[in-house]
Design a protein around this ligand. Structure first.
Ligand code: ATP
Ligand code: MG
Length: 393
């Protein structure tokens, strides 16, 4: 069956008053970005309070649906068949040909819902519905009408043309990217941070990302893995600007100057500081990490407090209360899992102490960091000045 368009359903609740335009415009923009990867021409348009994708040419239906299923803000995708308006008689024939094509056998309960967007249409909606309902009952003796709880709702919209649809494919929900500001994701090669980025993006937040790279201790392949993960997240979040910070000299300096059991925590504090500086340059309103309480030594409440200590921007940790398995399930759903489990070292694993502190004392950590005062500002400035910027799409 050839569908000529998709009617896009979105949650009405978010779009009271003037927010409606912002919401719809952001939605349309993200839909265009998502569909640009699908073969074929698509026209995304707002029309009388609705959003449609028109598909004038041949296209791959499954690919188009998959692309739309990654656009946050969409709750439902209805494939529509469009007929010319050639009179009432023909309307009945067209609707029956839709039914015959779509449901060669039909024994469900149904209702017909007619919406007359073109008010000059000579016959009232209720009458059209009743007429079409009786044609369907005649053609399918085992079908039945149920206006309150139908299994199938056949929608007929009378506009300049006739739009017919009866199916809603589930969308991802959430809010369109760009309706809720911007935040900076600390993206490592692990399982958790891509999921964290996805979750915050789902709320309409545009994301940038930063990766701390420590060559030659971390390989080009480890960096490529992060680029690959960013690409997978970008399928949902839209284009991501990825900052690759060379962290080697900072790590070595910390390794030289500070107690080894505090290395991880001090390193993480410098990651947060640098991420925050980059975030401020990009007008990001928060940082995002994949931290989850108790997962590793650097994620006890004490460690999280010590890491948080250096940031003034809010830090969003959407998986904070999740078990690993729950995070893995989302990673599988969004297709990042297989990439995340590729075995490439990340910079934290190389410098970890045998027995890292699990209950760092913030005062002690601050004292240890004083040992870095000689060179650290210079190294941080150098890391920021030499940052590599990749536009991921
Ligand atoms: P993940 O699975 O996300 O790598 P993890 O369980 O390995 O997390 P940590 O290594 O303690 O946990 O990192 C906690 C968080 O810190 C990560 O989720 C990520 O947001 C950030 N992070 C860690 N290492 C890096 C890095 N090299 N570059 C950027 N961010 C990082
Ligand atoms: Mg990690």
């Amino acid at each position: 069956m050839v569908f000529h368009a998709f009617l896009i359903k979105y949650a009405e609740i978010a779009i009271k008053g003037k927010n409606r335009y912002l919401f719809e415009d952001a939605l349309v923009k993200q839909m265009k970005i998502a569909l640009s990867t699908v073969e074929g021409e698509f026209a995304v348009r707002k029309e009388s309070g609705r959003v449609y994708v028109f598909c004038p040419e041949e296209y791959d239906f499954d690919e188009a649906v998959e692309a739309l299923q990654r656009v946050f803000g969409i709750v439902g995708i209805c494939p529509v068949v469009i007929y010319e308006d050639q009179g009432y008689e023909q309307l009945g024939q067209d609707v029956m040909s839709y039914m015959k094509n779509r449901y060669p056998e039909f024994r469900q309960s149904f209702k017909v819902y007619t919406r007359r967007a073109k008010k000059t249409y000579p016959i009232e909606s209720m009458e059209v519905s009743a007429h079409l309902g009786s044609l369907i009952l005649d053609a399918y003796p085992e079908a039945s009408v149920d206006v309150h709880n139908p299994e199938i709702t056949l929608s007929v919209e009378i506009r300049d043309k006739i739009y017919v649809y009866s199916e809603t494919i589930k969308g991802p929900g959430g809010m369109p990217i760009g309706t809720n500001g911007r935040a900076m994701l600390l993206l490592s090669g692990g399982i958790d941070s891509p999921v964290a980025g996805y979750m915050i993006a789902k709320r309409g937040v545009k994301i940038d990302a930063v990766y701390f790279h420590a060559p030659p201790y971390t390989s080009e392949r480890a960096k490529q893995k992060v680029v690959d993960l960013a690409k997978l997240v970008a399928r949902y979040s839209g284009p991501i600007r990825l900052y690759v910070v060379n962290f080697t000299d900072i790590q070595l300096y910390i390794y030289d100057q500070c107690p080894h059991d505090e290395l991880t925590i001090i390193m993480r504090r410098y990651m947060m500081r640098i991420a925050e500086q980059l975030a401020n340059e990009r007008d990001c309103l928060g940082l995002i990490t994949g931290e989850s309480i108790g997962q590793v030594a650097s994620q006890t409440l004490q460690s999280l407090a010590a890491t948080n200590d250096v940031c003034s921007l809010p830090v969003y940790r959407p998986v904070i209360g999740f078990d690993k398995q729950e995070i893995v399930e989302i990673a599988k759903k969004i297709d990042t899992f297989e990439t995340s489990i590729q075995p490439f070292e990340d910079c934290c694993t190389i410098f970890v102490a045998k027995h890292p502190v699990t209950k760092p004392n913030r005062k002690a950590i601050r004292r240890s960091e004083e040992k870095l005062s000689g060179k650290i500002n210079e190294l941080v400035a150098e890391a920021i000045n030499t940052v590599e910027v990749l536009e991921i799409r």
